[in-house]
Design a protein around this ligand. Structure first.
Ligand code: DC
Length: 689
């Protein structure tokens, strides 16, 4: 398993910087996030007269605090960039400072609501003057002597709660709050550790927080910022979906229970995650390791009371839901409409564009999972978590997704794309290594069971893939998947339905469900069924021959058949042949063969296959011309073009007899997976004769 570390917790990094600034004496912070959001907090603190050194992830940051009311009036405008946490927490800090300041942010932040913070702060005596739109940044703040606050918050929001507590600290007044749920409590833990008299108690489903007194200068901090659970969630999702080989171990992740609400939801989804709680690091937070295995996920219902504990994880949860079996329903998440983007809108629009069935609710999403390939461009709307969630989806085998704003991730996860590439390279790496003597452990846990090897034989028309693959499968005791037969079976079904061929291109994947094409494992083969009827000679009728390549060019058809082929390969012990098995359907296959032959030889075999004597009157020449044209179409078609996978072995059968061709391929297979593995994964009953 690969070990991964993720950058420091964003929420804790902001708070550590702020509280160190308000302390009397030197604080020490290790593992701070160096992303753009905490950078915004650090540079504003510098404007306010606090000497904050350059943020470094590896070393230790030392900050000399100026005390709770020791900040000085800034020379210029304070720019929070994209960071909502910076803006809201800073509004609280500034409420108790006796000077004027102007806070602004980037375009996305200037659209986000600030009233939920400025309204209660105004009741405490601070003044805010919007310089553009009401209730939005830029805002001119005037702080000073404050009154105590006794308030009930309309939504459970850590940013609002923290802003009010920080105003209590800088204003030197008690603050009593009731929030209607349990939002993250990093501020409470850190303030208590810094010497404030602060208590919290549950009251029914609500959270009562009381700050009764704050010292004139907070105690300096000595903390290690744990890895950000919200960042870890992306690597975790990749691993659950099988995109990181055998899984990952995520080290030193913050496990504050107000942040890990994703874990119980994932448990219901059948995720296999082990948690190893570490010893408590300094600073009142808990941390530990997460061991994540590829899992067969199912849909779940995420209820409103769970949302505060997984608010930042909804984007990644939506992506997991798109790959889970069944329906996932998320409600009570209307708060997501006012995050870095309208996250519900962004998720629904992008998922649906990629081909996921999704319904957007006013306060949530209903997502239908599937394993069909997803492709297309994603508009992240400048939102780091949207970009990363779709980054994970795009890193999975079979998907082709581009994200328009990759740099957005720098807000919270510098190095995200590098992590993704590193982790998914592991998945792409064949799980077998070449080894002289011993068979290598090639089985990896897939859904808790060992799966046998998948061997694919791709190549141009007429190379004899299908008959060769069938014989290779028979000799290994594996099952043969003739993917062309599936395209032919669907063509048969379409022809029989009477639907005119010129209307086929308009069919969607949902429409195709009306055609009962399926595969049934039968001994060493799959039988292709149309309803209750097994298709045999119909598959090669001249009519099917005439229409099948047009059918195979339709994106809906390829998407629909993708899932059927993946399912056939789920247990492994399979030899499949086709044109895109190694590149699209089974990019994770243990052995990939690309079978080629000279075009005249392929033409000769085609004619023999059809019972015609390759004669001297030009039949071979004519067939070769047809094959050449077909090769050109196959290699240049926009969708799943015929091409050799980078890790495929090319076998040239031009001068080989059928037996020699089969032996050559078996030689490659045995070289890759060893004899013992080949025997071990023989299907029961498939004795080799
Ligand atoms: O191999 P075949 O002639 O039975 O294939 C039938 C058609 O399906 C042919 O037009 C190629 C197409 N096909 C494909 O596009 N991808 C596959 N994996 C298999 C077949």
């Amino acid at each position: 398993m690969t070990e991964l570390r993720v950058p420091g917790d964003k929420s804790i990094s902001h708070r550590a910087l702020l509280l160190a600034a308000l302390a009397g004496g030197e604080s020490r912070i290790r593992g701070v996030l160096t992303g753009e959001d905490p950078q915004a907090t650090a540079s504003i603190l510098r404007e306010l007269g606090v000497r904050v050194p350059r943020l470094v992830a590896d070393g230790e940051l030392r900050i000399n605090g100026v005390g709770v009311r020791g900040m000085r009036a800034p020379g210029g405008i304070l720019d929070c960039a994209n960071s909502g946490t910076t803006a809201r927490l800073m509004l609280g800090v500034l409420a108790g400072q006796e000077f004027e300041a102007t806070l602004t942010g980037d375009e996305s932040l200037r659209r986000r609501p600030m009233r939920r913070v400025t309204d209660p702060l105004s009741r405490m005596g601070a003044r805010f003057e919007p310089l553009a739109a009401p209730g939005r940044l830029p805002l001119r703040t005037t702080g000073g002597a404050l009154r105590p606050l006794d308030d009930r918050l309309p939504v459970a929001s850590a940013q609002v709660k923290s802003a009010l507590l920080l105003a209590g600290v800088t204003g030197g007044v008690p603050v009593r709050l009731i929030e209607p749920g349990f939002s993250r409590d990093h501020t409470e833990r850190m303030l208590a550790a810094a010497g404030c008299a602060l208590t919290t108690s549950p009251e029914g489903g609500a959270n009562r927080v009381r700050l009764t007194a704050a010292p004139p200068a907070l105690d300096p901090l000595d903390i290690v910022v744990p890895g950000d659970f919200s960042s870890a969630a992306f690597a975790l999702a990749l691993a659950l979906l099988g995109g990181a080989g055998e899984g990952v171990v995520l080290r030193g992740i913050g496990l504050n229970p107000t942040r890990t609400g994703l874990l119980p939801a994932l448990e219901r989804m059948n995720a296999r995650i082990e948690i190893e709680q570490g010893s408590a690091p300094k600073g009142g937070e808990s941390a530990g390791d997460l061991i994540v295995h590829p899992s067969d996920l199912t849909g779940t219902e995420v209820r409103p009371e769970e949302i505060p504990g997984l608010i930042d994880e909804v984007p990644v949860l939506a992506v997991l839901a798109a790959r889970a079996r069944g329906t996932t329903r998320i409600t009570g998440a209307e708060e997501l409409r006012v995050k870095e983007s309208d996250r519900l809108g962004a998720l629904a629009a992008n998922l649906s564009k990629l081909g996921v069935e999704v319904e957007e609710l006013p306060d949530g999403l209903v997502i239908e999972g599937s394993d069909r390939p997803l492709s297309g461009p994603v508009e992240a709307r400048g939102d780091h978590r949207i970009a990363m969630a779709f980054g994970v989806l795009g890193a999975l085998a079979g998907n082709a997704i581009t994200v328009d704003a990759p740099a957005a991730v720098d807000v919270s996860y510098p190095g995200f794309w590098e992590m993704l590439e590193r982790a998914s390279r592991l998945a792409a790496r064949p799980s077998v290594r070449d080894s002289g003597e011993e068979d290598v452990e090639l089985a990896r846990p897939v859904h808790g069971r060992k799966r046998g090897p998948v061997i694919v034989i791709d190549g141009p028309a007429g190379s004899g893939k299908s008959t060769t693959a069938r014989e290779v499968a028979r000799r290994l005791g594996f099952r043969h998947l003739d993917s062309g037969a599936l395209y032919r079976a669907l063509t048969c079904a379409l022809l029989e339905s009477g639907l005119p061929p010129n209307s086929w291109p308009a069919l969607t994947e949902a429409d195709l469900n009306a055609y009962p094409v399926r595969m049934v494992a039968a001994g060493s083969d799959f039988r292709v069924m149309l309803g209750a009827r097994a298709l045999t000679t119909e598959l090669r009728s001249p009519e099917v021959d005439a229409h099948v390549s047009a059918v195979a060019r339709l994106a809906a058809v390829r998407g629909w058949l993708f899932g059927r082929q993946r399912r056939a390969g789920r247990e492994g012990s399979l030899v499949g042949d086709g044109r895109d098995l190694g590149t699209v359907v089974f990019p994770d296959a243990e052995v990939k063969i690309f079978l080629v032959a000279d075009v005249a030889e392929r033409a000769r075999r085609r004619l023999l296959e059809r019972g015609r004597e390759p004669d001297l009157d030009g039949a071979v020449t004519a067939e070769a011309a047809r094959l050449r044209a077909r090769d050109r179409i196959d290699a240049t078609r926009g969708i799943a073009p015929l091409k050799k996978a980078a890790d495929a072995f090319e076998v040239d059968g031009t001068r080989l007899s059928f037996e020699e061709q089969v032996d050559a391929i078996l030689g490659v297979v045995r070289g890759r997976i060893g004899d013992r593995s080949a025997r071990e994964f023989r299907l029961p009953g498939n004795e080799v004769k």
